[in-house]
Design a binder for this molecule. Structure first.
Ligand SMILES: Nc1ncnc2c1ncn2[C@@H]1O[C@H](COP(=O)(O)OP(=O)(O)OP(=O)(O)O)[C@@H](O)[C@H]1O
Ligand SMILES: [Mg+2]
Length: 154
């Protein structure tokens, strides 16, 4: 059962990255964060904000468009940033090792629909849409996320 927790308006790239930065300390090993929205919505931008807040802004955070997975050793967890847009079939996600590793990492997954039934039902979803020249982000997922998201301070 998915609940809608909050709606956040990001007027510009910096505001969208700031939401990612706020999410970073709330996550722990085993968490799955899905990023949805059409091409160019800002999924990678939000992921970049989250990752760079932990690594420092000097570090490049490329889109995993072609590699499908980029992994990062952050201070409190290992994080895999995945872009499944080019996944040909849901079962191909098994070859990436994402399912085997899921319990030991934090997964940030763009285009999660591509993994079909392999997607963890406990995932928190950030859905991004175009609005008023910026972006609107809706966070939704299973009820247990509600209390954790209070730490966002939004
Ligand atoms: N809040 C915002 N307001 C205006 N423009 C934004 C905002 N956030 C991101 N953008 C712009 O929108 C684009 C988003 O690109 P990004 O790669 O993050 O999208 P994506 O959802 O990951 O796309 P893809 O589906 O191709 O992976 C970038 O050009 C970025 O500069
Ligand atoms: Mg992207």
């Amino acid at each position: 059962m998915s609940e809608r927790f909050l709606t956040y308006f990001a007027a510009d790239v910096a505001a969208l990255m700031a939401l990612g930065a706020r999410l970073c300390p709330l996550l722990k090993t085993g968490d799955v964060l899905t990023l949805t929205g059409e091409l160019g919505a800002g999924k990678t931008t939000l992921a970049r904000g989250l990752i760079q807040s932990a690594l420092g802004t000097a570090q490049d955070v490329p889109s995993p468009t072609y590699t499908l997975v980029q992994s990062y050793e952050l201070s409190h967890y290992e994080l895999w940033h995945c872009d499944l847009y080019r996944l040909a079939a849901p079962d191909d996600v098994l070859e990436l090792g994402l399912i085997d590793m899921e319990a030991d990492i934090v997964s940030l997954i763009e285009w999660p629909d591509k993994m079909g039934g392999h997607l963890n039902p406990q995932a928190l979803n950030c859905h991004i849409t175009f609005k008023d020249g910026g972006r609107e982000v809706v966070l939704s997922g299973p009820a247990h996320w509600r209390s954790r998201l209070e730490g966002l301070g939004i």
